[in-house]
Design a protein. Sequence first.
Length: 80
Amino acid sequence: MRNIMSSSNIPLEGRIRLPGKIQDCIQDCGLIVSHIQTASRSNELLGTAIRNFASLDSTIEHSSKNMRKLDALLNAIDIQ
């Protein structure tokens, strides 16, 4: 059985232009992805989420410390 997609079946002009067309398609895909990323503002949203999460760290630590103090006070009241 003969290979239908052999390179000898593609005309010379097509073999010369094909790599350029493939490169153009790859560049267009890259531009589309870049545009989607810019339009969606995903990097900005991710940065904001990280900053908000980091700012909560000290709040959580202070809350935890206050809960331990409250627990100690409740234990002291139970003993009396």
